[in-house]
Design a protein around this ligand. Structure first.
Ligand SMILES: Cc1cc2nc3c(=O)[nH]c(=O)nc-3n(C[C@H](O)[C@H](O)[C@H](O)COP(=O)(O)OP(=O)(O)OC[C@H]3O[C@@H](n4cnc5c(N)ncnc54)[C@H](O)[C@@H]3O)c2cc1C
Length: 459
């Protein structure tokens, strides 16, 4: 950016514009390990008009603009890798409406996901998407990454709840599409195109979300198995009962060991090769109890060592704290790490984990797996630990290459919820055809003719 441009932007945005070194430094990182990129300036949007004016200015002056929610992304999506302006949406953080009659919420993009949960639950409603980062990520970031969480196995991901969007395209035009509508096939599905577009097509300034009635009863089970094979086979057997658990998470023993050491607290289960954490919910106690008894039976028939029912709220909280702390615990153990979130058809999870075991045995990198096994989305984490830089770099690349080839051979793909960003874009040719990537480029051109919005991401 030139001095003239800095002065013009100062004039346009006043205190919403910053070039202070400490501000630039703060916005040069997200939660992607080993990556940073310094913006030349930061703009804090407070209303849609700020976004529109900024994008128009950036298009006219060919300055890159990178949108950012709360910077918890793990694929580098919010990093201004081509410099230019970092556009923060964190001040647009109001819940505009909770419409109980229509079971809809209208929010600004910077609302913290966990705050939305609390607000709708106070009114007896339920917003299911629950990324483990829910206390620190934004709804706008969730929409732009298509975020999911443990409850996706029954309730789907963010994609399944967005019924309306207001967004600004790089020419500065403001579009309002959809609304408080549960059905809508009017025109092209622009909402579908925007979701998980990682801030490369437009900047979201308002979101309308479908809500559900809050389930009255929830129970969680923790089930240890001798081996991951037994645990993953059980997942398929549970699917066959016709009961749809709200949560079906998988944890290798090593993952539990790491998180227990981090929290300095142990769950009351025996050491085992793998664990399933199964959550069941419903309208009344009897139904939920019947379901969890049946699921417990299936687990025991398939080799579970035991079945622990978290009946007290204290035990439930401990279980969830353990699950939600996994990312932080791994990061604490190895600040440099690679968090992959590959996804395969649910019936191939066992093959995936077998393949991951093979990869683990052939490398010095520590590989720890856990995740949303109920929907085929497994987090495979590579920890640098004490490896020297050279070995880590070489092994990381090799392991990632092997992992992605394995996933593709199982009919899976690169990311179920974290997005492509900068960290996985070199692998896109593995899972997309030339024709598909050419169409992406034409689509990008239609939204962003000057190529200023979040350049360097996805393709
Ligand atoms: C400890 C931890 C646990 C996690 N667990 C999960 C999990 O369980 N499930 C899951 O899905 N993810 C998880 N994540 C990843 C991350 O929290 C999600 O991707 C989240 O959706 C990012 O939200 P954010 O507000 O931090 O977005 P940011 O990181 O700020 O941005 C993410 C992307 O969205 C774009 N963007 C943000 N806001 C807008 C907007 N208003 N308009 C246009 N583009 C925008 C950015 O340019 C960027 O490409 C986890 C991360 C951490 C650190």
């Amino acid at each position: 950016m030139t001095k003239r441009q800095v002065n013009e932007l100062k004039e346009l945005f006043g205190e919403k514009f910053s070039v202070l070194p400490e501000t630039l430094d703060r916005y040069s990182r997200d939660e992607t390990s080993h990556l940073e990129a310094m913006p030349e300036a930061v703009v804090f949007a407070e209303e849609t008009e700020d976004v529109s004016r900024l994008l128009r200015y950036c298009t006219d002056n060919k300055i890159p603009a990178t949108p950012r929610g709360l910077g918890t992304g793990v694929s580098g999506g919010a990093l201004p890798v081509k410099g230019g302006i970092l556009l923060s949406l964190e001040r647009m953080n109001r819940i505009l409406e909770i419409d109980v009659e229509n079971r809809m919420a209208v929010v600004q993009p910077g609302v913290i996901t966990g705050e939305l949960h609390k607000a709708v639950e106070e009114k007896g409603l339920f917003y299911p998407p629950d990324p483990a980062s829910l206390e620190s990520c934004s709804v706008g970031g969730n929409v732009m990454e298509g975020a999911g969480g443990p409850r996706a196995v029954k309730y789907g991901t963010t994609r399944d709840y967005v019924t309306g969007l207001e967004f600004v395209i790089p020419t500065g035009e403001v579009l309002r599409v959809g609304g408080k509508l549960r059905k809508n096939v009017t025109g092209y599905n622009l909402i579908g195109i925007m979701i998980a577009s990682e801030g490369t097509l437009g900047v979201v300034t308002e979101i309308t979300l479908r809500l559900l009635p809050l389930p009255a009863v929830r129970t969680d089970l923790l089930v240890p198995f001798e081996s991951f094979q037994k645990a993953t086979r059980t997942i398929n057997e549970i699917h066959k009962t016709g009961i749809v658990p709200a949560v079906m998470e998988f944890m290798e023993h090593r993952a539990l060991e790491i998180v227990e050491a981090y929290l300095d607290s142990k769950l009351p289960v025996p050491g085992a090769g793998a664990y399933l954490m199964i959550g069941l919910d419903g309208v009344d106690k009897e139904t939920v109890q019947r379901d969890y008894e049946k699921v417990g039976e299936v687990c025991l028939e398939n080799g579970a060592v035991d079945v622990f029912v978290a009946e007290t709220s204290d035990m439930k909280q401990r279980l969830w704290k353990t699950r939600r702390s996994l990312h932080d615990a791994l990061h604490h153990l190895s600040p440099e790490m690679e968090r992959e979130d590959v996804v395969v058809p649910v019936a191939r999870i066992e093959d995936l984990l077998k393949g991951v075991d093979g990869i683990r045995n052939g490398t010095k990198v520590e590989v720890v797996a856990f995740g949303h096994a109920g929907d085929g989305n497994v987090h495979v984490n590579l920890l640098r630990g004490k490896l020297d830089r050279e070995t880590w770099k070489r092994e990381r690349e090799r392991v990632l290459d092997e992992l992605f080839h394995l996933v593709v051979s199982l009919g899976g793909t690169l990311s179920g919820e974290h997005g492509i960003g900068v960290v996985k874009k070199q692998f896109m040719p593995l899972v997309t055809s030339d024709a598909e990537r050419k169409l992406y480029k034409r689509l990008k051109q239609a939204f962003d003719p000057a190529g200023i919005l979040n350049p360097g991401k996805i393709i």
